[in-house]
Design a protein around this ligand. Structure first.
Ligand SMILES: Nc1ncnc2c1ncn2[C@@H]1O[C@H](COP(=O)(O)OP(=O)(O)OP(=O)(O)O)[C@@H](O)[C@H]1O
Ligand SMILES: [Mg+2]
Length: 293
């Protein structure tokens, strides 16, 4: 199967979701797994991008996925979000097998995601952008009509108002909620992305390199927001990151990949002192440049 075939079949599936019995959580937290990738292997032609990888995200936790360039992070992210179908292994959401479910089904079941480059409707305000995401999830039929109508004729329900306001406050965008999305600084745009994911009522959010392009102050602010979010909403967060420092500060558990192989998994202190992790990073230019540890 080619990559294109695989992506195509992942995007248009039978939407089957099968409940299978839970195994004992092996996530280091003792908490029930929300997302669990089990023994995932992905091959691109002759290249093994992921080799028998298992990773789980418990409720209310922040799990980090790091590794040098080409380690397989994005591939695993895509397998969990449904863009890439694995050659072997399973993806479970709360114990139900979603390996064959489409991206759309996974989103409906509660797997949210953010993108590395936030894309918004630039002529709409921050609040309107977040409201549209709410309607994608809760009132799809209104979406196109709303996009075509002038703002004043778009009536909002009380529940919608409440959910959108709550998300805006949670991500710290109250002061700019009526500003146009065009020209927002990247730190704010990333928060809009988070708010849009939050109003879709996710159980888990997958974040693709959330710190890229942010300065250290914005990164620290964004990290605090993620900690609060996982705690207050009991959402499980999976962070794919280049910024190992951020992941060490923020995550309860970290998985490290190198050339598609899981070389370490554990709490930050274990990862910080792992010889295998140091060897993997010191063999790559990135560690030297970034001073990752
Ligand atoms: N669609 C694809 N077709 C063929 N090879 C691919 C494809 N996607 C990824 N690869 C290869 O699989 C390996 C893992 O890539 P992946 O993008 O998952 O790594 P990564 O850890 O996200 O890297 P980076 O830190 O550079 O973003 C790499 O060798 C990459 O070249
Ligand atoms: Mg990547």
């Amino acid at each position: 199967m080619t990559v294109t075939d695989r992506e195509k079949s992942a995007a248009s599936d039978g939407d089957s979701v099968t409940a299978i019995p839970h195994s004992t959580p092996d996530n280091g937290s003792g908490r029930q797994d929300l997302i669990s990738a089990q023994n995932v292997t992905v091959r691109f032609g002759g290249l093994v991008a992921l080799s028998d990888i298992s990773i789980s995200v418990p409720r209310g936790s922040i799990v980090g996925l790091v590794g040098p360039n080409g380690a397989g992070k994005s591939t695993l992210f895509n397998v969990i979000s449904g863009l890439v179908r694995p050659d072997a292994g399973q993806i479970l959401l709360e114990g139900a097998d979603i390996t064959d479910s489409s991206v759309q089904t996974r989103a409906r079941l509660g797997i949210g995601r953010t993108f590395q480059r936030p894309e918004m409707f630039v002529s709409l305000t921050v609040r309107e952008n977040i409201t549209l995401a709410y309607r994608m999830r809760h009132a799809r039929s209104r979406l196109w009509r709303d996009l075509l109508l002038p703002a004043r004729s778009r009536a909002a329900g009380a529940e919608e108002e409440r959910a959108v306001s709550e998300a805006i406050t949670l991500v710290g965008l109250k002061s700019v909620e009526h500003a146009r999305a065009a020209g927002l600084p990247l730190g704010h745009a990333r928060r809009v992305e988070m708010a849009r994911a939050i109003v879709m009522a996710p159980k888990a959010i997958l974040l693709d390199e959330p710190s890229s392009g942010l300065d250290p102050t914005e990164t620290a602010q964004f990290s605090r927001m993620l900690t609060m979010l996982s705690g207050e909403r009991d959402i499980g967060l999976l962070l794919v990151e280049h910024n190992v420092g951020m992941v060490l500060d923020l995550c309860q558990r970290i998985h490290v990949l190198d050339f598609g192989v899981g070389i370490a998994a554990g709490p930050p202190e274990e990862i910080r002192h792992s010889e295998a992790v140091h060897a993997a990073y010191f063999g790559h230019a990135e560690a030297a440049e970034g001073g990752a540890f």
